[in-house]
Design a protein around this ligand. Structure first.
Ligand SMILES: [Mn+2]
Length: 363
């Protein structure tokens, strides 16, 4: 680490020393974690769970490498924040990757690929692939269950869970655990290019394309789903939104742009979006909600979407509204063949999400 006069891309030494002060007094050595900081789980108020999983991704691949890429890129962030002042992200701890996710992902992804290609080619599955589909659905249910249990353990410690995907299917267990803790009295702010409301996709019950349908089908699910940036959806999903309009508020990208282009302020739109949410908010942030220039290697990029600044402004407005962030996830970040751009953007969104869990510190 260098100070502010050295590497302009390294975190400011002043910020680092303030962040590390309480940690260093404990005299416990640990290797550098997220945002280039030494972290200790017990004293962290946010626990991040990395989930390198992309079994049912349908288009581009690589999001299982997202957590590691974000960790690598995160050390380049400056930890001083204009809005929050002191950056206290030193209290954010990233868990190690559970080998279950990595190993199962590697095995099942091969089977899923075969299923997808058979469906594309023949429109139906062989007996072998049909039985593999059942196996994948069972194993995906196990993944959801494991994340549910991990999230419950974090909540029992009175800490805020954050999940780093992996594809968007990884969020289900986390949202379930948080929702149950609050007896359904939470809202999910869902930033995404896709509505993710399909009842299943390509036969996969736990597809990334079904995550919010699965969330809405939970026994004790969130009472409100507020979607932002949606611009890729099928008729079945549109009908589902219409049918559930008391519970689901979808801010389609096209409608948001129409308002912006005809002179409405982003601030006013953010206030409207936030007014739909109850006091307790879980944020589910699919990176493809952003314009593809900020996530060129994500699995299913779609033109249009939020600019980085619009997303950061929306998150800031959510914080200023006094809502309580009870959990969050960041999914579908995929590093490209070279460079750190996707992960760099992902790390900055993650930093903003972590920052929302703390009270603003005026400077
Ligand atoms: Mn998406």
């Amino acid at each position: 680490m260098q100070n502010c006069t050295g590497n302009p891309h390294a975190p400011c030494a002043d910020a680092i020393s303030r962040l590390q002060k309480p940690i260093m007094t404990r005299k416990i050595a640990s290797k550098r974690g997220i945002f280039g900081l030494e972290t200790i789980k017990q004293r962290s108020h946010v626990i991040l769970t990395p989930v390198p999983w992309e079994v049912t991704t349908s288009y581009g691949s690589g999001t299982s490498l997202g957590p590691q890429a974000i960790l690598d890129a995160s050390s380049q962030l400056d930890l001083f924040d204009l809005e929050r002042g002191r950056a206290t992200s030193g209290e954010v701890h990233l868990e190690l990757e559970d080998p279950f996710f990595y190993q199962q992902n590697k095995k099942l992804k091969i089977l899923a690929k075969k299923i997808i290609s058979e469906l594309d080619q023949f429109g139906e599955l062989s007996t072998k692939s049909s039985s593999n589909l059942k196996k994948i659905n069972l194993e995906c249910a196990k993944m959801v269950r494991l994340i549910y249990e991990k999230t419950q353990a974090i909540l029992r410690e009175n800490k805020i869970p954050g999940l780093i995907g992996g594809d968007h299917s990884t969020s289900l267990g986390a949202i379930q655990a948080v929702s149950e803790l609050f007896k359904g009295d939470i809202g999910v702010l869902h930033i995404d290019a896709h509505a993710d409301l399909r009842s299943s996709y390509q036969g996969f019950q736990y597809s990334h394309a079904s995550i919010m349908h699965n969330v809405c089908s939970l026994k004790i699910g969130p009472k409100k789903l507020v979607q932002v940036g949606i611009r890729d959806f099928c008729e079945e999903e549109f009908e589902y939104i219409k049918k559930n309009k008391m519970r689901i508020a979808t801010y389609f990208d096209q409608h948001l742009k129409k308002s912006l282009f005809s002179g409405q302020a982003w601030n006013a739109l953010c206030e409207k979006i936030i007014s739909e949410l109850p006091q307790n908010v879980y944020i589910s942030f699919d990176i493809d909600g952003l314009s593809p220039e900020f996530c060129p290697h994500t699995g299913t990029p779609v033109p249009g979407g939020l600019s980085f600044d619009q997303a950061i402004y929306l998150l800031g407005a959510l914080g200023r509204s006094g809502r309580k962030i009870v959990g969050f996830d960041l999914t579908e970040v995929a590093p490209g063949p070279s460079g750190e751009w996707d992960a760099n953007v992902g790390a900055r969104i993650l930093f903003a999400l972590c920052g929302l869990t703390e009270p603003p510190d005026q400077i």
